[in-house]
Design a protein around this ligand. Structure first.
Ligand code: LER
Ligand code: MN
Length: 271
C-alpha cells in the first residue's frame, strides 16, 4: 500500500516543492483537486495544467494518485443542466486522470438532501436516484475505459449526503453497472461514522476497492483521534489491496513536522 497526500495539505505553494517535500516525508503519491483541470470559460480541459503536472511528476518519485471531485453540477440533480455539466466535467477529469497517470476520479453522486422529487407510490426519491445513477454511470464508465482511468465512487457520512453512506451501497451500484472501470473508494473518516465494522466493510468491497482516504475520527491526521487503523489496514492487506491511501484531513500544527510523523505512524499501523 502506498501513502499519498492531498496537494493542498503539502507545505509551500509551488508543485515542484510540494512533490519534493512529500518524497522527503515518505509519501509516494499526490492527490489533486479536480477544479484545477477544468477551464470554466470553455468548459474544456486545462491542458496547460495537465501538461505541467505531467512534466513535474514524470521523473519524480511522487506520482499523481487520484483526482478528487471538483466538478460542477451534480449527477443526481432534478435539473437536466446540472446533470449534464457534472457529466461533462467528470468526462474531462477522467481524460485528465488518464493523461497524468492517476488511478481515477473520485465521484460523489450527490451532496446534501435529495434534489429528485419523491414520486411515491410510483417510485421513491431513493429508487429514482439509483435508477438515474446507474443510467448515467453506464456511458461514463465507458468514457473512463477510453481514458484509461477509473470512476471512484465515494460513500460519505450522513451529514454530507443522504445517498450512499456505506461501502456496501457503492458495491451494489458497481455490481449493477458491471463495467470494470467503475470502482469505489473507502474513506476512514466516513467509515468511522457509518460502518458497523470497518474491516468487514473493506472485505465486502474487495472486488471494487481502488482508492482509500485517510483521516482520523475527528478528521485530523491519523494518530490524533481514536480510529483503529491497524485493523482496517490488516483487512486491506487481506484483500490484496496495493493501491494508494491519501491523506484528506486537517493538520494540527506545522505540516513540515506533522506529515513525516504521520507517515511513520501509518507505516507502524501497517506493520
Ligand atoms: C468529502 O467529505 C470527502 O471525503 C471528499 O473525498 C469528497 O469530495
Ligand atoms: Mn474523502
Amino acid at each position: 500500500m502506498k501513502l499519498a497526500c492531498q496537494e493542498g495539505m503539502a507545505p509551500s505553494g509551488a508543485l515542484q516543492e510540494k512533490l519534493d517535500y512529500l518524497a522527503e516525508y515518505g509519501y509516494e503519491g499526490i492527490e489533486f483537486w479536480g477544479a484545477q483541470f477544468i477551464d470554466t470559460d470553455s468548459s474544456g480541459m486545462r491542458k496547460e495544467r495537465v501538461a505541467e503536472v505531467r512534466r513535474f511528476t514524470e521523473n519524480h518519485p511522487v506520482k499523481p494518485s487520484t483526482i478528487c471531485a471538483g466538478y460542477r453540477g451534480a449527477l443526481l440533480d432534478a435539473n437536466r443542466h446540472e446533470r449534464e455539466i457534472a457529466i461533462h466535467d467528470i468526462e474531462t477529469l477522467l481524460y485528465a486522470a488518464g493523461e497524468i497517470g492517476a488511478v481515477g476520479v473520485i465521484v460523489v453522486p450527490i451532496f446534501g438532501s435529495p434534489r429528485i422529487p419523491d414520486l411515491n407510490p410510483y417510485a421513491t426519491a431513493l429508487e429514482l436516484e439509483t435508477e438515474l445513477l446507474c443510467r448515467l454511470l453506464e456511458p461514463l464508465s465507458k468514457v473512463a475505459e477510453k481514458a484509461g482511468s477509473y470512476i471512484l465512487l465515494e460513500p460519505l457520512n450522513r451529514y454530507e449526503t443522504h445517498y450512499m453512506n456505506r461501502l456496501e451501497q457503492a458495491v451494489n451500484i458497481c455490481h449493477r453497472v458491471g463495467n470494470p472501470n467503475l470502482k469505489l473508494m473507502a474513506d476512514f473518516f466516513h467509515m468511522n461514522i457509518e460502518e458497523r465494522d470497518i474491516p468487514a466493510a473493506i472485505r465486502g468491497a474487495k472486488e471494487y476497492l481502488a482508492h482509500v482516504h485517510l483521516a482520523d475520527s475527528n478528521r485530523l491526521l491519523p494518530g490524533y483521534g481514536h480510529t483503529d487503523f491497524r485493523s482496517g489496514f490488516a483487512a486491506l492487506r487481506e484483500i490484496g489491496y496495493t493501491g494508494y491511501m491519501a491523506l484528506e484531513c486537517g493538520i494540527p500544527g506545522d505540516p513540515r513536522e506533522e506529515l513525516p510523523k504521520c507517515a511513520q505512524y501509518l507505516r507502524a499501523q501497517m506493520g
